[in-house]
Design a protein around this ligand. Structure first.
Ligand code: LER
Ligand code: MN
Length: 272
């Protein structure tokens, strides 16, 4: 991914056949969403995908060229949302399927020169999988392939109401430092941080060296400005840490998709 001089903005979108559980503002033909995002002033589009063959990468690259948009992130939560496969599933077959599908998306990320995330795909610890052993095993295998492909993985803390481990930045930083791999980074999401972290700005400072990408949504997952998070203070903290990556709006399409996408970037831009 290209290095920018300042923080850039992205919009998370999904293809028109995406599952209802995709947390995206546009669920449409990628061409349509990308052109709209570029017109609204976004620098990039994050693709929430279920499988490698869901997208025609050639046509995505063509639109990237025409619009100047980057694809900074391929996000993978749909793999989990589709059939519940994940890296800590008690059944080996389900863990293997999660890895196979994830590696497929990692190949797409490699072609697009983007990051790839692990959020809900890590699954949930339970009686059949009580420790971090499976998680560590599957992340290690994913990281070996990431090395070959030159892709960086962004591990996302996700709040306790969606999954039951690595909920806060502190917990996530601990496993990242433990796995100790140059291609493993952290991707905080301020929506989850609002639930799990003692201070959003404090965590952005504390874990700045690990952070490669940030998800933005307001406290209710609507566009920034529609809830009670203080984006002026959040953006200011990010800027002060010297962060030069993307902030990506992973927001619900309310009250209406175009309005949400437009309002979101307008709110953030005031502070960038
Ligand atoms: C899930 O809540 C989320 O924030 C996604 O980015 C991770 O799958
Ligand atoms: Mn997120």
């Amino acid at each position: 991914m290209s290095k920018s001089a300042t923080i850039k903005t992205a919009l998370a979108v999904a293809p028109e056949n995406a599952l209802m559980s995709a947390f995206v503002v546009f669920r449409d033909k990628l061409e349509t969403s990308m052109i709209k995002a570029a017109e609204m002033g976004y620098d990039g589009v994050e693709l929430a995908l279920l499988s490698r063959d869901q997208v025609d990468l050639k046509s995505v690259k063509k639109i990237m060229k025409e619009t100047g948009l980057e694809i900074p992130m391929v996000s993978t939560g749909q793999i989990f949302a589709d059939t519940g496969v994940n890296f800590t599933h008690p059944e080996k077959e389900k863990r293997e399927k999660a890895l196979t599908d994830f590696l497929g998306l990692m190949e797409a990320a490699s072609e697009l020169e983007s990051l790839v995330n692990v959020g809900r795909l890590r699954g949930t610890l339970n009686e059949g999988s009580p420790s971090l052993d499976y998680f560590n095993e599957y992340m290690t295998r994913a990281l070996a392939r990431a090395d070959e492909l030159g892709v960086t993985i962004a591990l996302e803390p996700v709040n306790r109401y969606e999954i039951n481990f690595l909920n806060s930045c502190e917990q996530t930083a601990e496993v990242i430092l433990n796995l100790n791999h140059p291609r493993l980074t952290m991707m905080p999401d301020v929506f989850h941080m609002n639930i799990e972290d003692p201070s959003i700005e404090g965590s952005l400072w504390k874990y700045a060296d690990l952070i490669s990408y940030v998800h933005f949504a307001d406290s209710n997952r609507w566009a920034p400005g529609r809830g009670h998070l203080d984006f002026q203070s959040i953006v200011s903290a990010l800027k002060q840490t010297g962060y030069k990556g993307y902030v990506s709006l992973e927001i619900l399409p309310y009250p209406e998709p175009d309005l949400a996408a437009r309002e979101g970037i307008n709110t953030i831009r005031k502070f960038l």
